[in-house]
Design a protein around this ligand. Structure first.
Ligand code: ACM
Length: 745
C-alpha cells in the first residue's frame, strides 16, 4: 500500500497535466464545464446537421469556422462525424440564451431551446477550435447571469465606417455580449439619416477639423457634405437596418441613442429655431423644452428611428444638460409658472416624461442616463447609472430597471495603463483588473431590489479615438473582462483563472486580427496605511499571471538581486517602494516608484473654510492627511475635487510644532475642466483665528497644457513654528481644483 501510493499520485498528476493541454478554455466562464480526454477532429467529411429552427445559426457557424463542408443537412438522417444542432428539453431549463455542448470524438452536439442559445454554443466552439482543427472533448452547460450585457460606441465625436460597426458587433457577440448601444447623435455630429430633416445630415454630420480636438480648437464649426474640408459622415436608414439585421443574426439588440435635451449643439446649429435664442450660430446645446416645435421635431425624428430599430428600448440621452438658458428664457419661465415648478431640474423631468409618453404610446420604453432622475423620474423609465452607482441604487429602490455603467469601472475611454506609455485618452484609469473586479449589483440593494439590475455596459466615448484600430485597442481585452462580469456566475469569477484562460484568447484575437492592447508588464503599488502603528501594508499587482516582481524600499532601482515579491509586506515610517516585473533575471516593465510618507500631518484634523465638491469628496475631511497620493484618475477616490470656489483649509497640528517644509499636490486636466490653482499660499497661526501669511507661490505651468499633469507646490517653512497651518489655493477659472495630499515635515 505505502509503496504504491506515491506512484498513483504521479500518474494522477500526469493525467491532470496531459488534460491541461486539451482543456476547455472559454471566456466568459461557462456555468459548468467537464473536461474529457480526446478530440473531435474537423475534416473534409465532417457534416453539419440541424433542425430547421437552428439552420441559420448553423450556416453562420459554418461560415465563421471556415468549415470545409458548409451544407447543412436536415435532421432525418444521422451521419457519422457530425456537428449536430438539436432541440433541448424544457427540463434542461436553458432559457433564451443557454446551451449544452457535448463534444465527443465522433460527434459534437449542440442543444438549445432557442436560436440565441444555439448561437452562443457556436461562439464557445469557435474559441475551442485549435490551429489543427480539433476541439477538445468535454461537456458544457451554460447560461448567463445577467440579461443585459452591453457595449456602447460613440460615433458622433468620431465617425466609423459601416463595415467597422459590423465588425464591432461581431466581436462583442463572440464574447456573448448582447446589446449594442449606438450613440448616434451628440454635439459634434449627427450620424443617422432622418428623411424629414435633411439638414441634420447635410450639415450637422460634417465638420471642419479632422478630429474632435481640431474641431474644438477651430471653433466647433459645421460644414457641408462635399466641401473639401468637410470631415464626418452618417449612416443611411438602409445601412442602419443592415446593422440591425447583422446584429440580430448574432443575438445582439441595437439600442439607438438620440441625445436630448442636452448634447444637441449639432441639431441647434442645423435647426436654430429649436434653441432658446432661436438665432443662427447660437452656440447652445440644450433644446428649448418649452417650445412646442421641439416636441414636433423629436416625435418626427423618433418615429423614423423606431421604424428602423425594433429594440424595446430607445435611449433618449438625458445627461449633462446645462439648462442655463432655461433659467431666463421667457417660454421656459412661463411653463415653470404654469406647472408650479421651482427649478429647472423639473423642466428636464417634464420634458423626459413627455417624450416617454410618446415612446410608450408606440409600444416602446425609454432608457436614459442617470440625470433623468433629477426633478423626478418618468414612470416607466430605465436608468443607465454612469456617474457612479448611486443613480442605479436610487432607481432600483424605486422599482425601476437599471443598467450599471459606472465610469470608474467601465469607461473604456479611460486609460488602461500608465498615460506615459499610452495614446492620449480623456483621463481616468480603468485597467482590465478593475473592469474584472466590478460587481454590478450594489451591496446597498436587497436581493429583491437587486433584481432590477438588468446588467452592465461599458461605454466608449471617442473624443480621442480617431481610428477603428484605436477603438479595438481601447475595447480589448477590457470588453472580455466585462463579458465575464455580466455572463458568468459570481462564484465562477476568479481573476487568476481569467488570466490563465486569457492566454488562449490572445491567440484567438490574433487570428481575428483584433488590435487589442497587449497586457502590460507594469506593476501597480497599493499601500494600505495602519496609522496607529505607523506602518503600511504594501501589495504589488501585475497584469501578468504569476509575474516575477523584484522591489526595493530605499529608492534604488530593483534588480534580480533585490527582494522578490511574495505577497503583501510591511513598510514602516517614510520609505520609497520601487518595483518592476522581471522575466527570469531581465527587467521587463518600467520600474514604478511610490513614496510612502509618514509625515507630521498624517491623521491630523483638517477644517474646510470653504467646501469640497459633493461629487468628488474622496475621503471627505480625512483626504488631505491620510498619506495616500492620487493616481492618474481624478475619480480614484483619493483626489478630492474643489468646485468653483478656492481651496481654503486649516490643518490643526494639535500642538505648536516646528515646521520645515510643506507640499501640496494638484492635478490639471483641461478637457475635464480641471486646472492648477493660479497661486497657493500658506498662513500660520497659534490660536486658529489670527493667521499670518508666510509664503505665496504662483503657478508656473500654463493653463493651455492639455496633457494630464500633476504638480506639487513646495514651500520652505524652515524656522517657522505653529499649531494651525492654513492653505489657500486660488481657483481662477472657476472650474475644478483637484488636490490629493498635504505633506508636512
Ligand atoms: C456620459 O458619460 N456623459 C453619459
Amino acid at each position: 500500500m505505502l509503496k504504491t501510493k506515491p506512484f498513483k499520485l504521479v500518474v494522477l498528476l500526469l493525467l491532470i497535466s496531459a488534460g491541461a493541454s486539451a482543456q476547455i478554455n472559454i471566456i466568459p466562464a461557462p456555468l459548468r464545464v467537464k473536461n474529457e480526454t480526446g478530440y473531435f477532429s474537423i475534416t473534409e467529411s465532417t457534416k453539419i446537421q440541424s433542425i430547421p429552427e437552428f439552420k441559420d445559426v448553423a450556416e453562420l457557424f459554418a461560415e465563421q469556422a471556415s468549415l470545409p463542408n458548409r451544407k447543412i443537412i436536415a435532421s432525418s438522417v444521422k451521419p457519422a462525424l457530425a456537428i449536430r444542432f438539436v432541440a433541448a428539453k424544457p427540463t434542461d431549463s436553458l432559457g433564451e440564451e443557454g446551451y449544452i455542448l457535448n463534444i465527443a470524438t465522433k460527434e459534437v452536439s449542440i442543444k438549445a431551446a432557442k436560436p440565441k442559445g444555439a448561437f452562443y454554443a457556436t461562439q464557445s466552439l469557435l474559441q475551442l477550435i485549435t490551429a489543427d482543427h480539433k476541439i477538445p472533448c468535454g461537456q458544457v452547460y451554460d447560461k448567463p447571469r445577467f440579461k443585459y450585457r452591453g457595449l456602447h460606441l460613440d460615433v458622433s465625436r468620431n465617425f466609423y465606417p459601416l463595415a467597422f460597426v459590423k465588425r464591432y458587433i461581431d466581436l462583442m457577440a463572440r464574447y456573448k455580449l448582447n446589446t449594442f448601444h449606438w450613440h448616434l447623435t451628440d454635439d459634434s455630429g449627427w450620424r443617422l439619416e432622418i428623411k424629414a430633416y435633411p439638414r441634420l445630415t447635410q450639415n450637422a454630420a460634417w465638420r471642419e477639423g479632422k478630429n474632435w480636438k481640431d474641431w474644438r480648437a477651430q471653433g466647433e464649426k459645421f460644414s457641408e457634405a462635399g466641401n473639401p474640408n468637410a470631415y464626418g459622415g452618417f449612416y443611411t436608414q438602409e445601412e442602419a437596418r443592415e446593422v440591425v439585421q447583422y446584429a440580430a443574426r448574432r443575438g445582439v439588440t441595437v439600442i439607438p441613442e438620440i441625445e436630448t435635451p442636452g448634447h444637441s449643439y449639432e441639431v441647434l446649429s442645423a435647426y436654430p429655431e429649436l434653441s432658446c435664442s432661436g438665432k443662427e450660430n447660437n452656440k447652445e446645446s440644450d433644446y428649448n423644452v418649452a417650445k412646442p416645435e421641439v416636441y414636433t421635431f423629436l416625435q418626427n425624428v423618433l418615429t423614423e428611428v423606431m421604424g428602423i430599430f425594433p429594440s424595446k428600448y430607445i435611449h433618449i440621452g438625458g445627461d449633462e444638460a446645462g439648462k442655463a438658458a432655461w433659467k431666463t428664457d421667457p417660454l421656459c419661465l412661463a411653463l415653470m409658472k404654469k406647472e408650479g415648478f421651482t427649478d429647472v431640474e423639473q423642466l428636464q423631468s417634464y420634458f423626459v416624461k413627455r417624450i416617454e409618453k410618446f415612446i410608450v404610446s408606440k409600444g416602446r420604453k425609454i432608457i436614459g442616463w442617470d440625470e433623468i432622475l433629477q426633478g423626478g423620474l418618468a414612470p416607466e423609465a430605465t436608468v443607465m447609472s454612469w456617474r457612479g452607482v448611486q443613480g442605479g441604487i436610487d432607481a432600483a429602490k424605486m422599482g425601476h430597471d437599471v443598467v450599471m455603467t459606472p465610469a470608474a469601472f467601465v469607461y473604456f475611454d479611460y486609460y488602461q495603463a500608465d498615460p506615459k506609455t499610452e495614446p492620449e485618452a480623456i483621463g481616468g484609469f480603468v485597467p482590465v483588473e478593475k473592469v474584472y473586479s466590478y460587481e454590478p449589483i450594489p451591496a446597498e440593494l436587497t436581493p429583491e431590489q437587486g433584481k432590477f439590475v438588468l446588467g452592465a455596459q461599458a461605454n466608449l466615448w471617442t473624443e480621442y479615438i480617431t481610428t477603428s484600430e484605436h477603438v479595438e485597442y481601447m475595447e480589448y481585452p477590457r470588453a472580455i473582462a466585462l463579458a465575464e462580469v455580466t455572463w458568468s456566475s459570481k462564484q465562477n469569477r476568479n481573476w487568476n483563472d481569467f488570466q490563465r484562460r486569457m492566454q488562449s484568447q490572445y491567440g484567438y484575437l490574433q487570428r481575428l486580427n483584433v488590435n487589442y492592447a497587449r497586457p502590460s508588464y507594469q506593476v501597480t503599488i497599493v499601500p494600505e496605511f495602519i496609522y496607529q502603528e505607523n506602518k503600511a501594508v504594501v501589495s504589488i499587482l501585475s497584469q501578468q499571471s504569476n509575474a516575477t516582481i523584484y522591489y526595493t524600499t530605499d529608492g534604488s532601482l530593483p534588480t534580480a538581486n533585490s527582494k522578490l515579491y511574495q505577497g503583501p509586506f510591511e513598510v514602516r515610517g517614510s520609505q520609497v517602494v520601487t518595483a518592476a516585473v522581471f522575466a527570469k533575471r531581465d527587467l521587463k516593465g518600467k520600474p514604478i516608484t511610490l513614496p510612502i510618507d509618514f509625515h507630521k500631518a498624517i491623521g491630523r484634523k483638517v477644517i474646510y473654510n470653504l467646501p469640497f465638491s459633493k461629487n468628488y469628496q474622496a475621503k471627505k475631511e480625512s483626504t488631505l492627511t491620510d498619506g495616500y497620493r492620487g493616481g492618474i484618475s481624478y475619480g480614484d477616490g483619493i483626489w478630492q475635487g474643489i468646485e468653483t470656489n478656492d481651496l481654503d483649509v486649516t490643518i490643526d497640528m494639535e500642538a505648536s510644532v516646528d515646521l520645515n517644509s510643506l507640499s501640496i499636490g494638484f492635478m490639471q486636466l483641461i478637457s475635464q475642466g480641471i486646472y492648477l490653482p493660479s497661486y497657493v499660499k500658506v498662513l500660520i497661526s497659534d490660536n486658529g483665528t489670527d493667521f499670518k501669511e508666510v509664503v505665496l507661490l504662483n503657478n508656473d505651468i500654463p493653463d493651455t497644457e492639455s496633457q494630464l499633469l500633476t504638480k506639487d507646490f513646495k514651500f520652505d517653512l524652515k524656522g517657522k513654528k505653529a499649531r494651525y497651518v492654513r492653505i489657500v489655493a486660488q481657483d481662477k477659472q472657476k472650474g475644478y481644483l483637484f488636490v490629493d495630499e498635504v505633506i508636512v515635515y
